[in-house]
Design a protein around this ligand. Sequence first.
Ligand code: TYD
Length: 140
Amino acid sequence: MEGQRTTIHDCKKIDLPKVSNPAGNLTAIQQKEDVPFAIKRIYYLYDIPGGQERGAHGHKNLSQLIVAASGSFEVVLTDGKETVSYYLNRPYEGLLIKPGLWRELKNFSSGSVCLVLASEKYSEDDYLRDYKAFKAFKNV
Ligand code: TYD
């Protein structure tokens, strides 16, 4: 399974197209062009209380592109060996997260919206919700 072999170095920020307009900007994301997978699901986090943290799990098989559609937040990724932190604050920038990465989302600004494009439909079986189980999955 791909997620067992991935590292934090497989994740990266992706510049998304931005159609600039004095009347307001626009970003469109096309599957397999702007994001390297077919999009099966879109969800977004909003009304996030101050100080709240989200995530704290891994996925066995799910790829995601995370966008700060509004406001800002931090995404901390670890592969069980190394950790990296990304600050997202631009609607025209996405963070590609490959499967097999433990993620924590924190420091949400007031009114922020975390938009997620996902490569698979929702499946609880795909989650690694326990860090020890995650490390066992990664064999580290
Ligand atoms: P979860 O992925 O654990 O939240 P986060 O990583 O954002 O902190 O999901 C929170 C709850 O929402 C959990 O009970 C599962 C449910 N859920 C769905 O029903 N469908 C979905 O597409 C997602 C992502 C979550």
